[in-house]
Write a protein that binds this ligand. Sequence first.
Ligand code: HEC
Ligand code: HEC
Length: 410
Amino acid sequence: MSRRNLLILTLFVFTLTISVLSITSCKKAFPEMINPEYGLCGPVTLDNSQTILFSAGNDQFFANRSSATGLGPYFVATACGSCHSSDNRGHPFTILTRFGQSDTTGNKFLAEGAPQLGSFTLPGLTPEQIPAGATSTRLIAPITSGVGFLEAVPDSEIIAMARANVNNPNGVRGHPNYNTIPSYVTPLNGSVPRSDGKYICRFGRKGAVYNLFQQVAMAYNHDMGITSTYMPLNPYNYLDQSPPVAASSPEIDNATFYSVVFYVTALQTPVQRNPTDPIVVQGQNLFTKIGCADCHKPNLTTGYSAIQSIAYQTIQPFTDLLVHDMGPGDDDHYTEGDALTSEWRTTPLWGLGLAPGVQGGDVYLMHDGRAHSIQQAIQMHGGESAVSSANFNKLSSSDQTAVIKFLQSL
Ligand code: HEC
Ligand code: HEC
């Protein structure tokens, strides 16, 4: 067997293994996650027709696609659930790579297959490579539970949080990521563009994606090579020297597409365990005192949502949905929207304590999963978060343990 065939076979077995890990539903693959009290995978309160839609979307989210069902020709994984296992943080096996956009003038490598690397291909094609001279970034899947609530946080609340930071004594600033939205995206209720036509965006590691509709269209297209009414062109690999291919009909129909948008929107929020444990309470107080909660905001309020149980709720996501400069140690040389190379959206911390359950016992934190413990993640906080990170280091070891215990309860 040639080296290339061996490589393709290895990639195939590897993809299959990941696929088996995420069979059909997270409940089957991760029985310990069945506990509805954890708030992963399950729906918010829905009426009957919504429950049917959620269930259809659930099946599609975990369904593995093949060439017969539109996968490829270039892809990173075969199912949403391969990367977003149990709707919590992803595993390094499924890290994706973006390349070629190191400043705000746009992506100079679009003709060469950017922005996202098609690491896997259908048989007979060459996996994409990063062209010479392009910078690249590696992103691990963030948690999907609770994203419908994040979508329902009004722009006004995000703007207010940014304004309130003007005099922050720890040097915390942060700003919303204003970005251009694609024509297939309908602006949400109450969301108005800035004078330059850009909207406040909030999804993705740099907060550059407007809403869940856009996120799902891009995920199908870039992550799985599946075309939709909204993104009708297949991803392109310059090594094959062929232009982007417009599929004769979308590889996913609108009804299926919409069920997946509904599924992610209607996911519950993760539920904190042991919130009244005295050590956990002490840890949360310290978390606020040393400045972590300046960005990881404990309480946000949702506004209007078409799903009644999501509208006008107080949630505990531990994010402000702003992007912050995290310093040179957390610079990926890649820009998105208004977010510069060292700027990242504050990661929601809900579900953090459940991460080992879905990441195989270890944890892989920060945008590229390179922090292998909560302590390591804190040490990687520089820039606007340097003061709070230094404050953490100054705590006694029992106080540090309390902060960690609190974070593990999320
Ligand atoms: C190859 C792995 C992979 C696959 C497959 C994948 N995702 Fe993702 N997902 C990611 C990564 C990485 C991000 C962060 C992307 C970014 O920073 O722009 C993300 C972001 C998201 C978000 C936004 C979460 C947030 O808080 O910002 C949602 C929602 C989401 N994905 C849903 C889906 C759906 C639905 C599918 C299937 C159609 C899917 N994903 C397929 C890796 C994946
Ligand atoms: C200036 C805003 C800011 C402050 C202050 C801050 N963080 Fe963060 N935090 C972030 C951002 C932004 C990220 C994402 C960075 C990345 O992905 O590279 C993050 C990521 C994390 C993560 C990784 C989460 C995951 O799922 O990968 C943990 C854990 C964390 N922060 C805990 C803390 C703690 C504890 C403190 C206080 C010592 C703190 N943070 C202070 C903005 C902040």
